[in-house]
Design a protein around this ligand. Sequence first.
Ligand code: UD1
Length: 416
Amino acid sequence: MEKLIIKGGNKLEGNIAISGAKNAALPIVMASLIGEGRSFLDNIPRLRDIDNLVKILEALGAKVDYKGNSLDIDSDSVNLLEVPYKLARKMRASYYALGALLARYGQAATTLPGGCEIGSRPIDLHLKGFKALGAEVTIEHGLVEIKGENLKGAKIYLDYPSVGATLNIMMAAVKAEGKTIIENSAREPEIIDLANYLNVMGAKVKGAGTDIIRVEGVKKLKGTDYTIIPDRIEAGTYMMMAAITGSNLYIDKVLVEHVKPLIAKLKEMGVGVEEDIGGVRVIGNKNFKSVDVKTLPYPGFPTDMQAQFMALLTQAKGSSMVIETVFENRFGHADELKRMGADIKIDGRTAMVKYTPLSAASVKATDLRAGAALILAALVAEGETEIRDIYHIERGYEDIVNKLQGVGVDIKKVSE
Ligand code: UD1
């Protein structure tokens, strides 16, 4: 088992470059199966989740060459339409195989993803969309099977703007005959990125980034070259690290538009932020103020930054309120932060956070963003913090130890 050891107290300085977006790469890599022939995908982050996804593609029969930050995928050799259980259970995003394989081959199956550390996470909205397009959905012994050779465009209203359901239904609809309209669709930048990739492959998707997506079915899609957008959550995490340590740090390769909800909050707290083309400079100070925050679907404050933001608020002068509306169980980091001295009280989906100094402790990452929150806390804690279960962190932050060492953080990864 590996752990991180971080000695608090250093400021961050210089530049940190952001990698490709994990949550855009996952559906896009899977969507490469819809296009005939080869796709060459660039700015793919090197992460465990992507390694796992590559294994899924290979198990389905695709030929994949994963070099550096690019993926060369030949989808024409696919000969299996069910994601093997051993691979599916390792990552929820394997359910994107449903939309992609259904579009290309009229059939798909995978294990029903269970709940996870942050909530029960059902996929009823994905299935509702497939059914509306005319597919037959069966669930037996935990296996979801979707069949639909001749899908027909339909009007689908999502009860909640689910990111995964919007992506999955968009994929399923690209070759369905006629027009599909997805109402109350999610508006996250990752939705736009998938729509752009599908469109370069020959699809006709309009409205991605708004709450109504229109898809005009086409006969076929052809593989193509595509570059993934930068990871806004990774960018936000490093911005918050600069803020908590009162540092002056330039975060490079960010689409500034994507981190606006965080920029607004940081400014409200009295943290300086300078926006640039393709980058942001955070000019921190040690006297930032408390603020209240509520997570919401994009363009609201992202739930994927809530844990890190809570860590930041432990050092804000005053008391702050954090309301989590997206997932029902996403405060796992609070107990670990409390072990480091944080003053946090939880009541249902609300957390009250008051300023206290932090001190080093032995803590564990309970999920990906919770792990990032602990790194934030460790950066300002008195002493040496040990973070265990770092495989969660490595699912979502490319090369995090090197990146942080490069800006002056005293961090190392050791094997126990
Ligand atoms: C994606 C992101 C995740 C992020 C989340 C919200 C990926 C791989 N993951 O997850 O990092 O935190 O968006 O921004 O991109 N829901 C249902 N029924 C469904 C689908 C969702 O009730 O069929 C509920 C979920 O339980 C949750 C809420 O809707 O409470 C939001 O989920 P959703 O937007 O679908 O998130 P994911 O796509 O799973």
